[in-house]
Write a protein that binds this ligand. Structure first.
Ligand SMILES: O=C(O)[C@H](O)[C@@H](O)[C@H](O)[C@H](O)COP(=O)(O)O
Length: 321
């Protein structure tokens, strides 16, 4: 964090928040330097969910001089994470729906989908105007839609079949095409939806701006299907690209590129379990100027907030919280 950003953060602390015991005392100094215990209005602040420490940090974005804000949320139990994630998603859905009559959400695969399950339960199920949702995949495995490896199938089974989103607003990849063909086809679909006004464009980047991107992270620090050391992480023209050599099976995938990921209005990064602790540690302590960035460290929003939804095992290398 720059000195001026740090000063701004500390002067914005309310007197009420100053009176609360600072969770920073349980975080080692290396982390305290970059994470300011500032945000005390957590997604669960109005409920009794025992949300444990909530931190926020501001740091200069990697490019363009914009401010990329990050929040780190750490939960005692997966149940509380899921509840907070549902509230966060509902709030963003209400905001976008009120502002422009549509809510564009991009999903990835993995354990994220289970963490979203509460959206299909009361009170969230009734609270959302599902008719305004438009659902995309930030990455997809190039398999048939009914294949066990399909992220579409995972999301349909775990969430989308349980909520009344119009079928025409769920944008699966064309599973009859090759990886390259499916990526091109998906990009064409996105461009059409920009023309129709469903997807907005980022004025700052000239890439599509999703209202919310819901991502997981692999133990190697990958996000979507942007894997460490793969040339596709450097793609800066295409909106959607493909890989045929994913280190995580299955090998063939399509993925949003970093310019699209980083143009999102909001990103939730759902990261749980001890297997992710090393990458979490690197991402939250490394200097952003380092040349060996993990993909997760390349997530840098131009104009929005990256919110980490984590549990204690995932942050276990940060401290003994
Ligand atoms: O299709 C995929 O494989 C994903 O989109 C991938 O990016 C996933 O989100 C992470 O690997 C985290 O997965 P877990 O949460 O299951 O570890």
């Amino acid at each position: 964090m720059s000195t001026s950003a740090a000063a701004a953060s500390s002067t914005s602390l309310s007197s009420a928040s100053r009176r609360r015991s600072s969770p920073a005392s349980r975080v080692p100094a290396t982390i305290r330097r970059s994470l300011t215990p500032q945000i005390l209005s957590s997604p669960s602040s109005s409920s009794r969910s025992p949300l444990v420490p909530v931190y926020a940090t501001s740091s200069p974005a990697a490019a363009g001089g914009a401010t990329s804000r990050k929040k780190l949320l750490i939960f005692d139990a997966e149940e509380y994470l899921a509840e907070s994630l549902a509230k966060y998603t509902v709030r963003l859905s209400e905001k976008s729906t009120a502002e422009r009559g549509a809510f564009t959400v991009a999903l990835s695969g993995g354990s994220l989908i289970k963490a979203l399950r509460k959206l299909a339960e009361p009170p969230y199920l009734e609270a959302v105007d599902w008719s305004k949702w438009h659902v995309f995949w930030a990455d997809e495995r190039v398999v048939l839609k009914d294949h066990a490896d399909s992220n579409y199938k995972l999301a349909m089974d775990g969430l989308l079949s349980k909520v009344p989103i119009p079928a025409s607003q769920i944008y699966a990849i064309n599973d009859a095409l090759s990886a390259e063909g499916a990526a091109d086809d998906y990009e064409t679909c996105l461009k059409q939806l920009v023309t129709n006004g469903v997807i907005t464009m980022s004025q700052a980047t000239g890439f599509p701006k999703f209202d919310l991107m819901l991502l997981g992270m692999g133990p190697d620090g990958h996000v979507a299907s942007l894997f460490p050391g793969h040339p596709v992480v450097n793609e800066n023209q295409k909106w959607v690209s493909y890989i045929k050599d994913s280190p995580k099976p299955p090998p063939e995938r399509i993925t949003f590129t970093f310019p699209v990921v980083n143009s999102s209005a909001q990103i939730a990064l759902v990261v749980t379990g001890a297997g992710k602790a090393g990458a979490v540690h690197k991402a939250l302590t490394n200097k952003q100027s380092s040349s060996d960035l993990l993909p997760v460290e390349m997530v840098s929003l131009q104009d929005g907030v990256l919110t980490w939804f984590t549990d204690k095992p995932a942050v276990s290398m940060l401290s003994r919280i």
